[in-house]
Design a binder for this molecule. Structure first.
Ligand SMILES: [Zn+2]
Length: 169
């Protein structure tokens, strides 16, 4: 089931093709929300607090896999660390990327110091590294700090890539 751009505004579909599964950072409940309604500020069904997806969504070692696997929109992940200067430099661009693409992509961030297993399994050797996933698979990757335009380009390229991933990447 390709999450094609044609489906994004079609609210009549029984099953939205822009849903994402996110764990609430406050009560740890998993929620399935329609990313295309990001601007309406979806709330956690359990505790009622906001699940903010118009800014980088924080992933953790134990939420990364499920979030990536169940998202029907491309997931852009910024692998970073607090001590990393270039990461800090790029952070505002990642924030802006999240705001601009809210509804059509999930922009997320992962602190590599707090998620060594995930970082290792994706062979993250330098940070910042950004990876775009579609259908749970890596379709684009780049290392080093980039300006907003380059981040957007990487995401757009990933969008155009088939959900069978690396073959055309
Ligand atoms: Zn909650």
């Amino acid at each position: 089931m390709p999450p094609g751009p044609n489906f994004q505004s079609n609210r009549t579909l029984a099953v939205p093709m822009t849903s994402v599964t996110l764990r609430c950072q406050f009560c740890q409940t998993w929620n399935r929300v329609d990313a295309s309604r990001a601007t309406e500020r979806p709330k956690c069904g359990q505790c009622g607090r906001f699940l903010l997806i118009d800014r980088p969504f924080t992933l953790f070692e134990d939420t990364f896999g499920r979030t990536i696997a169940e998202a029907e929109v491309p997931v852009f992940v910024d692998f970073y660390a607090d001590w990393c200067g270039p990461c800090k430099m790029m952070a505002p661009a990642v924030d802006e990327l999240a705001a601009r693409n809210a509804g059509t992509a999930l922009v997320a961030k992962l602190n590599t110091d707090h998620a060594p297993q995930t970082s290792q399994s994706f062979d993250i050797r330098g940070i910042p590294t950004v990876i775009v996933f579609k259908g749970g698979k890596e379709v684009a990757r780049q290392s080093g700090a980039m300006p907003l335009a380059a981040l957007q380009q990487l995401l757009d390229q990933a969008r155009a890539t088939g959900s069978d991933g690396k073959r055309t990447a």
